[in-house]
Design a protein around this ligand. Structure first.
Ligand code: ZN
Ligand code: ZN
Length: 400
């Protein structure tokens, strides 16, 4: 007799289903709720979780006996259940092999100019090092350390966690020995300096090189400059992050937007540009430029990573700022210079047309973010309020 059948129900099988029945049911449902084809990603996750637990004989035995909610408590129960859990953990700790110290990640913010030219930056890292007092043992004498009793020398324990309204089992690093599998048996023997933690904290400054062409998010590993963990000095990984710049960057290309007037759009433009190299560059084009037109300055991009003597390009998107008003005299001049007979006629026709609100509509300048709201949206709110009031009254009646 099983305690609860929730996981079996999810897979649509009986609680005495054998391994092949479970597998068949799982594959059928996994296909049906495949997240690439189905909207119901949560259901897929549930089916997955259920199958992961039930396909493991030891976990299934626990689930059958205690149900999903009480599985975790079973870990503290002595006897057969304790040993079942031990089996699961032993299998997992073998599966994952000897644990390694986690990499210490340090973000370093650099400017796009530094990424362009290359730079040496100093980085201060706070890290854990082997306790000098106890030589990383954690106790006053080397033989005061023994197998950790909380994880039974496996470095990991199972913990119950809540995830999206469900209780799941997850293995975590043993909080007592920090995954070291051993700890000081008698608190009297704890190292006075590190109190059994095995490490002390130090601040260290490194000079690191930002190579020309360094990408946002590029990493640099400093070997054995990370934390002292699990009996070894781990590595530190420096992650270069780019601060904001006037240029947008995509790999070795740079992008910028330039606003020009109507006169520049028609007659051509030239402007000065403070480039990342530190040089002031004059950029020009002596022909017409359209609104939204993209033009390129060849070779003004970033150094190409791996081929630093090559450079990407700089792309300029032009935004033409039109004047809101041009006097009639000037419009006539423009029509004479650029326009046709039609444009001259149109100028005169516009001057004669009158806005009458019916057939002649004159366009007006507006703020495009200004929106017109439906008048009955507040009516809907009133209706909702009324309904809620009604419900409350009903509830009150019921309570009385
Ligand atoms: Zn110590
Ligand atoms: Zn432990």
């Amino acid at each position: 007799m099983v305690k609860d059948t929730k996981l079996y129900d999810l897979l649509g099988v009986a609680s005495d289903a054998d391994a092949s029945q479970l597998k068949k049911a799982y594959f059928r449902l996994a296909q049906k709720f495949n997240p690439n084809l189905s909207e119901n990603k949560e259901k897929f996750q549930e089916i997955n979780n259920a199958y992961e637990l039930l396909k493991d004989d030891a976990q299934r035995a626990l689930y059958d006996k205690y149900g999903l909610n009480d599985m975790g408590k079973a870990q503290q129960v002595p006897g057969d259940i304790g040993s079942v859990f031990e089996e699961i953990l032993k299998k997992q700790s073998q599966q994952y092999g000897p644990q390694q110290a986690q990499v210490l990640v340090q973000e370093v913010w650099v400017t796009l100019e530094q990424m362009f030219n290359g730079a040496d930056v100093s980085v201060q890292i706070t890290r854990q090092i082997k306790c000098a007092e106890c030589k990383g043992v954690g106790g006053s004498t080397p033989n005061c350390v023994g197998k950790c009793d909380q994880c039974n020398g496996m470095g990991i324990v199972l913990a119950r966690m809540q995830q999206g309204g469900r209780i799941i089992q997850q293995q975590i690093v043993c909080p007592k020995c920090n995954g070291e599998k051993e700890c000081v048996k008698n608190p009297r023997n704890l190292c006075q300096k590190c109190c059994g933690k095995r490490f002390s904290t130090e601040q260290k400054t490194h000079q690191v090189r930002v190579e020309p062409g360094t990408a946002d998010g590029q990493q640099l590993t400093l070997f054995q400059e990370g934390n002292w963990e699990l009996g070894a000095q781990g590595d530190c990984v420096i992650v270069f992050k780019q601060t904001n710049s006037t240029f947008r960057r995509e790999e070795a290309d740079l992008f910028m937007t330039k606003e020009i007037g109507l006169d520049e759009a028609v007659c051509g433009t030239s402007f000065k540009l403070q480039h990342l190299s530190g040089e002031e560059i004059t950029v020009f084009k002596g022909e017409c430029i359209g609104h939204g037109q993209v033009m390129c300055c060849k070779g003004l991009g970033m150094p190409v990573k791996g081929r630093i003597y090559e450079h990407g390009n700089l792309f300029v998107t032009f935004e033409v700022k039109f004047p809101q008003k041009i006097s009639l005299e000037v419009r006539k001049l423009i029509a004479d210079a650029l326009g046709s007979e039609d444009s001259r006629k149109r100028i005169n026709a516009c001057a004669e047309l009158k806005h009458d609100g019916a057939r002649n509509i004159e366009l007006t300048y507006v703020d495009p973010t200004q929106k017109t709201k439906n008048a009955d949206s507040s009516g809907q709110q009133e209706y909702n309020d009324h309904r809620e009031e009604g419900n409350t009254q009903e509830m009150q009646c019921g309570a009385m």
